[in-house]
Write a protein that binds this ligand. Structure first.
Ligand SMILES: [Zn+2]
Length: 288
């Protein structure tokens, strides 16, 4: 039974869809059918929202490991993380049954539901979302245990992220907002069915499983020597075949995918990862 549900926007202050959706629903516009769920709705990082930046001192969505929460770091987001852990968590023994944290990406990932473990709850949720919103992508990040993820949503007993793009940082697009609203409402419809024990038996659905981050090639000074190839750009979750071009170098040459497996790139050219030179993440495709 999901007795306490939290819907969060503005974990990153320049990801506008979740901020606007939470504001809209806080202003009395939560659809009637969700009112029995009594979700708590929060705009998380108000200083970053005010400044229209991802974060003030440090990435809030990387603070929620046991180690970071125990350290008495003075960065604005580290302090905020400890407060959120007290009010929504504490992580590992949480007062919140389910946290839905809403994000935007600059990559063309459409409406993506990120789940962090393949237990019965998350598999049922994935199938429900895919059944009611076939255009949504399901991405499973279970490269580490749920409790070891640094993400804010893991303060809940269960936590997922809504990740919708492509939308530039700080920009508000109506189409992206609609996808965000539809995916979030579909998750809440799942919560209603879950609590009423009326979930249908659904067939396994397509799920992308996170692989690894692929970085831009750099020279000995750390400067990039290549761009995302135009045939890969904006093709998030489309299969990348062995031998297909990945990078276009400034000297005119191309770098191709040199592994012998098909991968499904996503977070292609994500603006927030540019400083770490992450070009995209890989995924495999399975049925869950
Ligand atoms: Zn984000």
């Amino acid at each position: 039974m999901l007795n306490s549900i939290a819907i969060l926007g503005g974990t990153h202050g320049n990801e506008t869809s979740g901020i606007q959706l939470v504001r809209h629903w806080q202003n009395g516009n939560l659809p009637e059918r969700f009112r029995a769920l009594q979700p708590e709705m929060r705009l998380v990082n108000s200083a970053a929202i005010e400044a229209n930046v991802r974060y003030v001192d440090d990435d809030l969505n990387r603070q929620f490991t046991a180690h970071r929460l125990e350290q008495q770091c003075s960065e604005a987001e580290a302090q905020l993380a400890r407060q959120l852990n007290q009010t929504l968590g504490p992580k590992g023994n949480s007062a919140t049954d389910f946290v839905i944290d809403i994000h935007n990406t600059t990559s063309e990932m459409g409406a993506t539901l990120i789940i962090l473990q393949q237990d019965e709850f998350n598999i049922q949720l994935a199938r429900f979302v895919k059944h009611h919103m076939p255009e949504a992508n399901i991405l499973l990040e279970d490269d580490k245990a749920y409790s070891e993820h640094p993400y804010l949503c893991t303060v809940g007993k269960q936590g997922v992220m809504v990740e919708v793009g492509g939308q530039p940082q700080g920009v508000f697009r109506e189409d992206i907002f609609q996808l965000t609203q539809t995916l979030t409402e579909t998750i809440l419809d799942f919560c209603i069915a879950y609590n009423a024990q009326t979930l249908p038996e659904l067939a396994p659905c397509d799920v992308f499983i996170l692989g690894e981050n692929i970085c831009f090639p750099v020279d000995e000074t750390g400067a990039r020597i290549a761009m995302i190839h135009h045939s890969l750009q904006d093709n998030d979750f489309q299969p990348l075949l062995p031998g297909a071009p990945v990078f276009k170098c400034f000297d005119g040459t191309e770098i191709t995918w040199d592994q012998d497996t098909v991968i499904y790139p996503h977070f292609i050219n994500e603006a927030a990862y540019a400083t770490t030179h992450v070009a995209f993440a890989t995924a495999s495709l399975t049925k869950l």
